[in-house]
Every structure is written in C-alpha cells, then in structure tokens.
Write a protein that binds this ligand. Sequence first.
Ligand code: NAD
Length: 248
Amino acid sequence: MDLRGKSAIVTGGGQGIGAAIAKKLGSLGANVAIIDYDRDTEAKALVADLVTMGVQGLAIKADVSSFADAQAAILTVLQTFGDLHILVCNAGINRDGVIWKMTEDQWDKVIDVNLKGCFNYARAAAPVFRKQAYGKIINITSINGLRGRFGQSNYTASKGGIIAFTKTLARELGNKNINVNAVAPGLIETHMVAQMPEAARQTSLREIVMGRLGQPEDIANAVAFFASDLSRHITGQVLNVDGGQLIA
Ligand code: NAD
C-alpha cells in the first residue's frame, strides 16, 4: 500500500485506535492531521513521530461535535498540506446506562460526538472531495452498532447510525470517485476498554473466537486498506475487525 502524496485527517487521533491509524497512514507516506479536543501532549508527540517518518504532521485542537470547528479544521489542513484525500472519522465516546436511567445529557453527548462528529467532517470535506473527484471516507463504527449491547442504547444508536450514514454517503458520492466505508472494531485494547468493568471485559473476551483482544494496529491496517487504492472498487461496506467476536 502506498499513500505517498496523499493527505489525511484522523479525528480522535490523540490516543488509542486514532493514534494507531495516524501512525499507519504516515508510515505509508501520507501527511496526517490529528484532530483531538484533548491529549495535546500525545498529539504533539505523534506529530514529531510523523515528521521522523518523513511526512508532515499537524495537531489541531477541536471538538468534533462542533460544525464550525470542523470547517475551520478542514481549512487549516488545506492551507497547511495544500490538499486533502482521506478522512477518517474515529473520535468516539461512551456514557453507558440502561434506558430507564440514562440522562438526556448522556444521550446527547454520545450522539453529538459519535454520529454528528461524522456528519460535521464529511459535510465539510465532501465539497473538496467532489471538486477533485477523489476521496476516501472511513468511519469507525462498532460491532455493537450491528447487534446492540445492554446498557449502551446511546452508543449503539450512534454506531448503527454511522453504518446507515456510510451507506448513504457511498450512494451520494460514488459517481465522484469517492469511496465511503466503515470499519467495525470488536473489543480492542485501548483506554476506552480499560474503563470497562472486568466482568464485561471477560464476557466480551469469551466471545472472541481468536481468543485475544484486538490491538489498535489491527484497526489501523483495515483503515489503511480503505484509504488506499487497493480498495478502489469497494464502497458502502462495513468491515468487522473483531477476531470473530460477531460472526453473523
Ligand atoms: P479512546 O477513548 O482511547 O480514544 C478516543 C479519542 O477521541 C481520544 O483521544 C479523545 O480525546 C478523542 N475524542 C473524544 N471526544 C472527542 C471530541 N468531541 N472531539 C475530538 N476528539 C475527541 O477510544 P478508542 O478505543 O481508541 O476508540 C476509537 C474509536 O473506535 C471510537 O469511535 C470507538 O467508539 C471505536 N471503537 C472502539 C472499540 C474498542 O474496543 N476500543 C470497539 C469498537 C469501536
């Protein structure tokens, strides 16, 4: 896979899966802008790593739930790199609770970051991609967006929404040579999972037929495939990267 001459945005790139994606795209030759509302130190270190790899790196502090931030971030990337070809919408949060206890704030926060965050960046990038008749949009969903999960109605609704959104964008943008796909991770060893109760973690681990947690790099490898022209005839698809956690 060769991404030399390409420019990418990775939202939520300060740590975990997003950081692994940023590193992978950089290692394949892409300039990478990391969008994160937190993790400034990690994002700056990542930019230094990217420069060591011989590509450009850029850290932008922005909240993906803000459309104004998204527009400003895309503009900064275009001014810095000169172009944009790859958009990875990865930023995500969870605020778990069963439906009879979930607050409006828990619901709104998760939908605003996970689902509206994808809209904000796709909406801001689509005119750029359409004009140049080239673009790759990769949205990070979850296997739980396909099957539901106890205590996560907000999170699973956001991730199921991302899947429908991905399919619609694929239909709307395909005739401009823009591929839109989603990657659905199973349980991946990151900070998000470190916060899970041990019992829930063990239950998930028992589901994984490969018998191990996934690593952020496993997701990054799938994203790199969708970001490259090896997948140029694939669009509107969801690829589960879950060690067989969900075989439907
Ligand atoms: P993480 O919590 O380790 O990292 C998420 C990153 O996103 C952080 O750097 C955080 O600061 C950033 N972020 C959060 N809200 C933001 C906002 N409003 N604006 C900008 N940045 C924001 O999470 P992770 O495990 O690396 O997850 C990455 C993605 O993968 C998420 O969308 C998550 O839902 C999805 N996912 C993760 C798993 C897993 O097992 N870890 C499984 C399925 C899906």
